[in-house]
Design a protein around this ligand. Structure first.
Ligand code: SF4
Length: 198
């Protein structure tokens, strides 16, 4: 093999395709093709990403959730989760619970529909979202009608609903939190809490 190759000759060889690349010019033409064949496609290359919030604890770390079409169903399913580097809360990190959220999503025990246990029944049954919302709204109205306090002992208007509380989750956005606050306070609730501390 002639190792006396000028810079011009070297660059000419590199620009002439695999057979004529730099390695090819040195007589190793098959090496690059073999190496290229070992390089796997980036595993998130064909995924769709979405930003979310870890639902586990009050830290409320930001997550990047990657989805791809399932080979079995054709529907999109979550294939990977990692910390969101742009989120100021966690800057790309996740604790072991958050890092294992994929198992939580895929768990066969995961509850995906409202469950209802009738008074006196010993088991829950699946119900529609419409049923659940109607039932909750009805119970809230009954309780508010029975316990709402318009004025205190001095006759001052207070508009309190002391028998109802509201708990919001860590996955709620600022906007959801704002609306939650407005609705709960507007109805007169005093006990309002949010899981997240952000
Ligand atoms: S990743 Fe860990 S610390 Fe962050 S919100 Fe989830 S459970 Fe909490």
């Amino acid at each position: 093999m002639n190792m006396d190759i000028s810079r011009r000759r070297f660059l000419q060889g590199a620009g002439a395709g695999v057979a004529g690349t730099a390695l090819g010019a040195f007589g190793f033409g098959g090496v690059e093709a073999a190496y290229a064949a070992t390089v796997k496609e980036f595993r998130l290359f064909r995924t769709t990403e979405a930003r979310s919030t870890c639902p586990y604890c009050a830290v409320a770390c930001g997550m990047m959730v990657f989805s791809a079409p399932s080979a079995e169903t054709g529907r999109m399913e979550v294939v990977h989760i990692e910390g969101d580097v742009d989120n100021p809360v966690n800057r790309g990190t996740l604790c072991p619970k958050g890092a294992g959220a994929l198992d939580y999503i895929r768990s066969p025990q995961r509850v995906k529909v409202p469950m209802y246990r009738k008074a006196g029944a010993d088991a829950f049954e699946e119900v529609s979202w419409d049923f659940a919302m109607e039932r909750i709204a009805q119970l809230m109205k009954e309780d508010r009608d029975a316990n709402f306090i318009e004025t205190n002992a001095d006759g001052v208007t207070v508009n309190r609903w002391p028998t109802m509380g509201f708990l919001s989750g860590s996955s709620c956005t600022n906007e959801t939190g704002w609306i939650t606050w407005k609705v709960a306070r507007g109805l007169g609730m005093l006990q309002i809490e949010n899981q997240a501390r952000i």
